[in-house]
Design a protein. Sequence first.
Lengths: 393, 564
Amino acid sequence: MTKTQIVFVVLIVVVLAIVGVSYLLQRSGGVQIAKPTTLSVRIVCALPVEPFVREAATQFNAEKHTLEGNPIEVSIVPMDGLVAMNRWERDEMDPIPTVWIPDSRYLVELVNATFKEKLGRDIFLTGGEYRTRPIATSLFSWGIWESRDAVLRAQYGEDITWQAIHDAAAAKGGWAELGGEPEWGYFKLVVPNPRKNVGGLLAMMAAAGEYYQKTRIEVADVTNPEFQQWMKELMGAVTDFSSLGSYSVENLALFGYSMGDGGQLLESDLLTNMEGIRTRWVEPIVIRYPQYITWFDFPYTIWMGDETSAEEKNAALVFEEYLLSPEVQKLALAQGLRPANTEVSISEPDSPFVRYQAQGATAVVPRSTRMYSPDRDVLLAMLRWFDLNVYAQ
Amino acid sequence: MAKQGTVQPARSRSCLTTLVLSIILASVACVIAVAFLLRDPDEDTPPSITTNRREVGLALAYSPEKAAILTALVDDFNASRTELPNGKRVVVSATSISPDQMATGAATNAFHAVSPDSSIWLTEIDRHWSARVPEGGALVGETTRYMVSPVVIAMWEDVATGLGYPDANLGWKDLLNAAANDPQFKWSHPSTNSASGLLSTLALFYAGAGTQRDLTEELATAQSTLDYVEALEKTVRYYGEGELAVMQQIEEKGRTYLDAFVVQEQLLVDYNQRYGRQLVAIYPFEGTLWEDHPLALLEHPDRTDDERLAYQAFRDYLLSADVQKRILTAGYRPTDLSIDLNQVGSPISATNGADPSQPSTTLQIPSAAVIEVVRNAWQYTKRRANIFLVVDVSGSMEGANIEQERLALQAFLDQIQSDQERVGLILFASNVYEAVPLTLVSDGRAELSQAFSGLTAGGNTALLDGVNAAVTKLVDLNDGERINAIVAMTDGKENSSSVSLQQLTRKLQAQAGTDLPVVVFCIAYGRGADYSALSALAEASGGFAREGDTATIQDLYKVLSTYF
């Protein structure tokens, strides 16, 4: 054997040895090579702010933010606040998200109370670095088709009230009796299904507030037979709970006056859909502010349980800071939300509050009486009444 | 020396070449080894059919009326090779089934997502799910809409003009008056297993109860309501499997088939786009319903995050600007509100018999419980039928054909929910034999089932004599209040009848012009069947012929059962 042949054979043996050893290593689980760990921030997000948070998350992910060298990836799961609350309380939130953004802070308080009973401590914090902070606000306002608004105001006065809506809903002769067009049919109220959208439940609470002329509703108010009869007449004007589901204003825009004449709806949803409504239908919707205001503050709430790591919680803080930065808060404004960061003005010419001023939108809310958040028992009483007297009928 | 001088450099070159090759080989081996070490040990898991390591499948069930656009969109989506952030490719497989079948299929995790014609069925899906898994919460998860279309009464323009169109606000009442006052007026609505059929039925119950909202179980089942609905249902020519099937018949038979029928606006627009404005949409002034075509994810306990993401990817595709424009071109109203329905070239226009500013109002959708009551009550108020099943038992049917036929006939009978229908069985081979006379299903269900299971094959094919016998019996019965129909099936060619095809088609044509039309629906069973003869029979009577085989015969009989 020549020297060359020996070298060749040795090399072949070396090659086979490398392949063989690597195969054995592979079979035994491979070589552990340290790679940066992606920090996942999974956010369960209320429906009205989901487009804003999703847009911000897409932008954030594209910018490749990191925490101590580890990339942060934000993902969004849209879920109504009430549905999420039920999942928390029944231990059905699977997997546990890093962050929960419900519609209102009081839902956080209700869930916290449940966990305090189970664990003896708060699971969402109200103070310190990880405290709950609103990312934007919005409020209930009346959204009514312009022609219907004119008829209602001529009939019941300048202010749109739940009593006026109730009386319109109860009119046996429909719109013709109220001075409107016969082909409009009956007055059709838009209320989201309270089982799918916390907005539906809070709209019913707001109606109760005006009925009793008070801002704090109690169980006895909900179970009062006279109130229940009044509420039943009101809810009898809802055309379709199955289709309206969660996205009430989107549906109002999509199906137009055929499915709803108006309702108490989220201001941001109304503003977001104004342009689409103008394009699709022959008349616009106008915004009117109610007697008692129901606010939504969309709190950014970090889960403090062991299911998420300390690094993930900190990554959630990085995204929270990003959401509250002035540039990103402008995205919220573009979606008709009132930014939580006061550095962002809502009175600029390109603000939807200015653009839709002619339709009744205002930067400064003309009323200050605020509805109190109802207790859990009140919520449950109202839902039970709805199930038995409206949905089941 | 010279030899040595030439050999040595050659040997050096050879040595060098070997060395270089060896180094290259070693390098390749090292690369392979390193790549091998760094790869995911699980990657060589074998792929499964729908979902594997590189693909995630999204099984979608959709209602049949949107088959044309949805299958095209699914094909284009799959061709786009869309991937999830983890690199897996999304593959959508779409199946067309009726919405009420969706409710049962969804509960068994047969699909990941559904797109019925209306959100009404989503409530049904959750209801079925709750009955199956009482503590299971809601099955219907994230839901979106990508196109909508209102349900309209489609009328030939001359018919509508005769009723006062376009000046008068026409509605359900006018349609029902026209049907009640003119025995020749032909109208139809699908059975209640489609949104348009359900809406028509709800509209009748509302009219019968004398209200436009707050329809309760008590009102729906009040005797006066039931009497009203029953009287009007008697004017229905016959029912059907769905609005798409009605449109197919309209395309084949044209103006003579029906005067008015209930469909979603898109089908009317699509027809007029292809044939010019012939049909006009009546948006009933009492109110209508929208086919809102939801796309809903089913949150079955086995649902994976990949499947959720696949749903979202397909959803985003349907909502993308290009697809939304395509949806408008097909005659639907897109959910992208930035698309103006009044723009130049929009098919939702007067040119196509439609009005984008309509409808003005909708009927109130009652609760799921009331809808169930209405669907059940309809079974007892709908126009009843005398149906002869005319069945080939000639020699060619022997074996698998007759086996499947027995099952198909039983499936047909099982689908007939109302015991008030009359069904009879006529068998033909070399001769004709009335196996079961026309009998109320309440009395004859067992006898019919027994007759089906006892079918045996042998002899020639006297198809025309078989059909003729059924026609004669129905005419002699002279029961104009009911739909009189024949469902005839053969797998062969006529070779034993005394009556000719021409004589029988003339008889059927003549009968079609009387107050007692007899409609013949034909099934050409297998390749040997004489489809042209069966078509001629069906055509002459206002029915239709369909082709089937051992794999489809059961479904075909089930579909035909929806016409009664």
